[in-house]
Design a protein around this ligand. Structure first.
Ligand code: GLA
Length: 686
């Protein structure tokens, strides 16, 4: 249940994970002095401290934590107090070996890492409640504690668990979901390959099998895994809530998560928080960062959110861990702010000398306070201090991009028409097109109320329930513009092909049905004639049957196996008051440009007019709007803008000059907000 109580009123929170238990006591005083120097006002404490807090079962030692919280409080540094449930102590596994996780191959995950406990284990559940309860009783009234941080990144490194207890819980979960075996057999389509179940105790978990496993079973397993994790979160949260008034969060991983359906998780936390790390092989990793930040804000319902972790420079867990360029950390951090984050935190405060993450960057690196990274950390701290007035200002978007974790889970199952058509790739490419066009977006679930958006884009809606398709259809019929990408509405919530064929539930909105998928061979391309443009496409084509739609793009040069030349590729359909567009092939960034231009025109969206490589984000406050401008280019740029650059104090005389790689935060006069006749509920910022 999201609430609006921000832990640090009128301030952007700044800090990181703090693991002082790895250091002698005298280092703590240096830490706190340097934190003050860097402008740190919030640290996350205790994430991996279970073995210290409870050295023996039921015996707690809070001495060190008492001292630490008092020290931080005396220095004006607030605490995000964690529960340590991601890393149970050695004694726990010695006492309860049955609580270890088993993987799909039946291998038990041993001690010596983290995240090794089975979320289904009653012993684990009892132990995490005991620790959360003890922490909340002891620190619920401590003045340093402003936030609770339950667990760490649910679902990694381990989400799925094939232990005996987990399989027992799975059967109970299925009994609750389906009631009868007949219903389960029906939902899973067990008539196929003779998989009928006649006894509940014969129902298995989708462990390693000789060939492809029942996809409906696997999809339910993903839901079950997500539910198990969330049950554990709720147990800890409720134990804390009984004794502590502060808001409670857990750190998500937005677009990088797989096991967690964040639309559901966001309903369980008081404040949404997210971790984000750049993926080094991605030359445009800042676009993935923007996507992740927009997705996080969207699951938070537009409310302020916490960037709980990112890195000051390199991480240590990729094949090649690339250090950030000077200024890159600031660009990353302020992009998160521009997209709604009101807290900028890092993993971690001080780099660890030992253990698996010693090559990971930190706010205070091994090179110490005279390093470039620490200087930049201090500079960022003082900049964020100037941005307190942005707290609780909001981002607005006229476009919603549909994102559904269930569709991701389903599309990632085996034996699709082509391995080359991927949920994450489609999401990224459509998002990047909108990003390059300077069109702000929210993400939304296909079942959400979409009436406030001029345009809804569905890059990867492979799984779409008939109810959600009806929601999209009524969105179009009442005046919305919908753009749907290929392989949409293929299956229902059991991964069964929709009655009526591929895409049938959207036929009314799109005026088209799909007769056959015609994916292309690796490396093959085809063209689409779209107005005066010849668009290049790859990976995927479809044979469409028109049912009222007009054809705006036709397949040109055919690829072997693909749709035939002259066949419809891109369609547009007037349905009721609105318009439904369908793109039946895989278009890249450039090919999407003219298509989106035409779609924007239908939707009444005006793309931003700004230099390429400059990212402009607006947050709307009570009295002012704030434009966060990030220059990703290697040269100075000029952007038309009025207002005051808060970071430099400069008043702009109609233009902002931004040198290579720099960021500005400009306070402008709040724009006029007039509801438009087409969308009375829509706020226009023209
Ligand atoms: C994750 C974890 C942290 C740390 C970082 C390293 O986000 O939550 O504990 O391991 O990765 O990048």
């Amino acid at each position: 249940m999201l609430n609006d109580s921000w832990p640090l009123p009128h301030a952007i929170a700044y800090g990181g994970d703090y693991n002082p238990e790895q250091w002698p006591r005298e280092v703590w005083d240096d830490d706190v002095a340097l934190m003050r120097q860097a402008g740190v006002n919030l640290v996350s404490v205790g994430i991996f401290s279970w073995a210290l807090l409870e050295p023996e079962e039921g015996v707690f030692d809070f001495g060190w934590l008492d001292e630490l919280l008092d020290l931080l409080h005396a220095n004006g540094i607030a605490v995000d107090l964690a529960t340590p449930s991601v890393s149970p102590p050695a004694w726990f596994f010695a006492a309860y070996p049955q609580a270890q996780v088993r993987n799909a191959d039946g291998v038990t995950m041993g001690f010596g890492s983290r995240g090794m406990a089975s979320h289904a284990s009653p012993e684990y559940r009892a132990a995490i409640v005991r620790v959360a309860d003890a922490l909340a009783r002891r620190y619920g009234q401590h003045p340093a504690v402003v936030l609770w941080h339950v667990h760490n990144e649910y679902g990694v490194p381990v989400g799925e668990d094939f232990s005996e207890q987990s399989v027992r819980s799975w059967r109970q979960w299925l009994q609750q979901r389906y009631g009868t075996l007949a219903a389960l057999n029906e939902a899973w389509g067990t008539a196929f390959w003779g998989q009928w179940y006649h006894h509940w105790e014969h129902v298995v978990a989708p462990a390693t099998t000789p060939t492809t496993i029942n996809p409906a079973m696997k999809l339910d397993w993903a839901r079950f895994t997500d539910d198990q994790l969330r049950e554990c979160f709720r147990l800890e949260r409720d134990a804390i809530r009984a004794h502590a008034p502060q808001p409670i969060t857990t750190n998500f991983m937005a677009h990088q998560s797989w096991n967690t359906d964040l639309w559901k998780w966001a309903q369980e936390v008081d404040i949404v928080s997210d971790d984000h790390y750049l993926w080094s092989p991605d030359p445009e990793a800042h676009v993935a960062l923007a996507l992740s930040a927009d997705l996080t804000r969207s699951v938070a319902g537009g409310r302020p959110w916490i960037l709980m972790e990112h890195s000051t420079s390199a991480v240590n867990w990729q094949g090649r861990n690339i250090a950030k360029e000077p200024g890159e950390m600031q660009r990353n951090a302020l992009t998160h702010v521009g997209r709604g984050a009101d807290a900028i935190m890092f993993f971690q405060w001080r780099a660890s000398r030992s253990g698996a993450e010693k090559f990971h960057s930190a706010m205070l690196p091994h090179a110490g306070p005279s390093s470039r990274v620490f200087r930049e950390v201090t500079e960022l701290g003082s900049q964020l201090k100037q941005l307190g007035e942005l707290q609780d200002s909001r981002v607005r978007a006229e476009v919603a991009v549909l994102y559904d974790w269930e569709s991701l889970w389903a599309q990632d199952l085996q034996w699709r028409p082509s391995d080359d058509l991927q949920f994450r790739e489609r999401m990224r490419t459509f998002y990047e097109r909108l990003w390059r066009d300077g069109v702000p977006v929210d993400f939304a679930h296909p079942g959400d109320d979409l009436s406030g958006y001029r345009l809804v884009v569905a890059p990867a809606s492979y799984l779409l329930t008939t109810a959600d398709a009806a929601n999209l259809t009524s969105y179009v019929r009442t005046g919305g513009t919908l753009l749907v990408s290929c392989f949409a509405a293929a299956v229902d919530s059991h991964d069964a092909v929709h009655a009526g064929g591929f895409g049938a539930p959207l036929a009314d909105a799109l005026g088209v049905r799909v007769e056959e998928y015609r994916p292309l061979r690796a490396g093959s391309t085809c063209t689409v004639a779209f107005g005066e443009h010849t668009l290049e496409a790859d990976v995927w084509t479809e044979d469409l049957v028109l049912d009222g739609a007009e054809v705006l793009g036709r397949y040109g040069s055919p690829a072997k196996g693909g749709a035939t030349a002259g066949a419809p590729a891109i369609t547009r359909h007037r349905a009721g008051e609105g318009t439904g567009w369908y793109v039946s092939t895989r278009l890249g960034l450039d090919a999407l440009a003219p298509v989106l231009e035409a779609v924007y025109a239908d939707a009444g969206i005006v793309p931003a007019d700004h230099p390429e490589g400059v990212e402009l984000m607006t947050r709307h406050g009570q009295n002012h709007d704030y434009v966060i401008a990030v220059n990703h280019r290697d040269e100075e740029v000029t952007v038309a803008m009025d207002g005051t650059n808060i970071l430099t104090g400069d008043r702009l005389g109609g233009e902002l000059r931004l040198s290579a790689g720099r960021v500005a935060v400009v306070r402008t006069v709040a724009s006029l907000r007039v509801p438009t006749p087409d969308h009375p509920q829509l706020i226009s910022t023209q």
